[in-house]
Design a protein around this ligand. Structure first.
Ligand code: ZN
Length: 295
């Protein structure tokens, strides 16, 4: 074990079997690539569940782009499997819900997570921070908060717009429990290579940093309130008067209400978490090998 691993092991963020709740294929790289590499070097098993396709619903795309929707989803999944191979992680599910809709299906997403946590004996959940970077990130964070009685939950910073400027890999509110990872030059190089594997997302990854990563035990967020006074990253273009396909028009009250409703039922879920009820929504599909022809 190299000295740089010691701090994370002592902090408890690694455990034995980690499940990353990745709202989109690429969050595991943007927020946690170096941490994953360090966990893998320490012999820890790391699994990834992609909670959405990473592609918006077909009907929000420009009309002339809609026919290519299935191809875009397949392409993004193929990129995710390439990144997983490079990271040494196993993708345990690729959910079919579109990007930007996680807040509308938190009970279904919870059933997906329950099934994976039970099957793989997960003892650590890693999830993007509640920082207003994306509505799906904030929804996933609230979802993870309902698993605190089942596993240790850690959140990692990706990007936020606190104070009106983009900040990468740093929480908008430091609470003193953060574990800061300074990437070595080798790790920075590997993370840059991983980001490039998501070639279809290059237009959205300009703000991804490769110098640091930051984790902490899931903070006691007030999910009834926005993550910070704002503006939130995903709301930067809400002033547009028409529905541009590249803009997520989800509002903060919508996300807050959905997370609050989920937590009202599950915030004190028992240990171990019960398996999904028969007849409930199917758990996350088994990962499929990417189809090179569709990439
Ligand atoms: Zn994301």
């Amino acid at each position: 074990m190299t000295p740089k691993l010691y701090g994370e092991l002592r902090s408890g963020m690694i455990g034995r079997r980690i499940l990353i709740l990745s709202p989109h294929p690429d969050d595991e790289v943007v927020g946690a690539a170096a941490a994953i590499l360090r966990a893998g070097a320490a012999g820890v098993s790391v699994f990834v569940l992609h909670l959405t396709t990473g592609i918006p619903a077909q009907d929000v795309l420009w009309p002339w782009d809609r026919r290519g929707h299935a191809r875009r989803v397949a392409h993004r999944r193929a990129e995710a499997f390439q990144a997983a191979n490079a990271l040494g992680v196993e993708i345990v599910g690729c959910c079919d819900r579109p990007s930007r809709t996680l807040w509308t299906d938190l009970p279904g997403a919870r059933r997906d997570v329950v099934a994976v946590v039970a099957r793989l004996s997960i003892d650590r959940l890693w999830v993007p921070a509640y920082e207003g970077g994306h509505s799906d990130h904030d929804a996933a964070n609230g979802l993870a908060s309902t698993f605190r009685n089942t596993a240790e939950v850690w959140e990692f910073a990706e990007y936020n717009f606190c104070g009106g400027r983009i900040t990468a890999n740093a929480f908008p509110d430091r609470r003193g429990s953060e574990v800061d990872l300074a990437l070595t030059p080798e790790e920075a190089g590997r993370k840059s290579d991983l980001l490039r594997l998501y070639a279809s997302e290059q237009g959205n990854l300009a703000h991804a940093g490769v110098t640091r990563e930051c984790f902490r035990p899931l903070a006691d967020h007030d999910y009834g309130q926005p993550p910070h006074p704002g503006p939130l990253f995903y709301q930067r273009y809400h002033w547009l008067w028409f529905r541009h396909p590249r803009v997520d028009f989800t509002t903060t009250p919508e996300v807050c209400a959905a997370v609050t409703a989920l937590r009202a039922v599950y915030a004190n879920a028992p240990t171990p978490d019960p398996m999904p009820a028969p007849g409930g929504r199917s758990p996350a599909p088994e990962p499929r090998a990417p189809d090179p022809a569709s990439a």
